[in-house]
Design a protein around this ligand. Structure first.
Ligand code: ATP
Length: 268
């Protein structure tokens, strides 16, 4: 029997995805994706627009079936969404009529946790996300960055095995995004959750990750996996180090050609 410690948190085995639409040509979005993520690891995927990154995340979350291949969470095949995975999107998905505390507690309450316990857990994650004092505020009273912090706290409160982040900071201004990156690292270090992040920002991927997976242009394939050996804990200062710049350059050179052709395709 496999030792629980040696089981990967996430294992993506031979995933292919072809979209078929009646009367239209099929779109091959993903080809033969093999990827494993260890318990507690932080991995990012970067790649040109349209290379299938969001499609892969939706397959992992169980929102979309793969054409072939299998996704396993802690060794168990994924067939539908489940509480072992939590997803955070670019746009926050908060309920506007509920307070910060009730938004963070929501997943627990609908999962059957008694309200008192759910609120206590929510408060722990609100504090972890640096939102203490805002628990009784409503989403419209918060900045975009704070709403995304609530979103991350809400995703973590249900204690998922894997946190899936689909460009969570893309809608934020550059300065807020940087602050959010360092806050996400703090939260991750405390929660020890396994994270898979999709981003267009190479510096974001390098700053946050243990490993960056570079996708080819469509159909998305794993072009290369780049380990990020920068020491932890990392503060934003690390972005000014030579080793950081060298990693960003290396990844950019791997995808430059594909990003340029994706831009040209979109213009055509
Ligand atoms: N439901 C669908 N039906 C048909 N084609 C789809 C569908 N969803 C995605 N696609 C196509 O699959 C390809 C991959 O899309 P996807 O959104 O996964 O790429 P992405 O790498 O996340 O792009 P971006 O970085 O721009 O968000 C694209 O060509 C897209 O048009």
């Amino acid at each position: 029997m496999a030792n629980a410690k040696s089981t990967n948190a996430l294992s993506i085995e031979g995933i292919n995805k072809v979209f078929g639409r009646p009367g239209k040509p099929t779109v091959e979005a993903l080809r033969n994706i093999d990827l494993t993520i260890k318990e507690g690891e932080f991995v990012s995927i970067v790649g040109a627009s349209g290379s299938g990154k969001s499609t892969l995340l939706r397959i992992i979350d169980g929102l979309l079936p793969a054409t072939s291949g299998v996704v396993k969470v802690s060794g168990a095949p994924v067939t539908k969404p489940g509480s072992d995975r939590a997803m955070v999107f670019q746009q926050d998905a908060l309920l506007p009529w509920k307070s910060v505390r009730d938004n963070v507690a929501y997943g627990l309450v609908i999962g059957g946790t008694p309200k008192r316990d759910a609120h206590a857990t929510a408060m722990r994650f609100i504090e972890m996300a640096g939102l203490k004092g805002f628990e009784h505020h409503y989403p419209h009273q918060l900045s975009g960055g704070m709403r995304q912090r609530v979103n991350v706290a809400r995703a973590l409160a249900v204690n998922p095995r894997i946190l899936l982040l689909d460009e969570p900071f893309a809608a934020l201004d550059a300065q807020t995004r940087e602050i959010m990156q360092s806050e996400l690292l703090n939260i991750w270090q405390k929660s020890k959750t396994t994270v898979l992040l999709i981003t267009h920002q190479i510096d974001e991927a390098v700053y946050l990750s243990d490993r960056v997976v570079v996708f080819s242009a469509r159909p998305g394939q794993v072009r290369e996996e780049i380990p990020i050996p920068l020491p932890r804990p990392r503060d934003l200062e690390v972005k000014r180090h030579e080793a950081f710049g060298a990693l960003v350059d290396k990844i950019w050179h791997l995808i430059e050609h594909e990003v340029r052709s994706a831009v040209a395709d979109n213009r055509a």
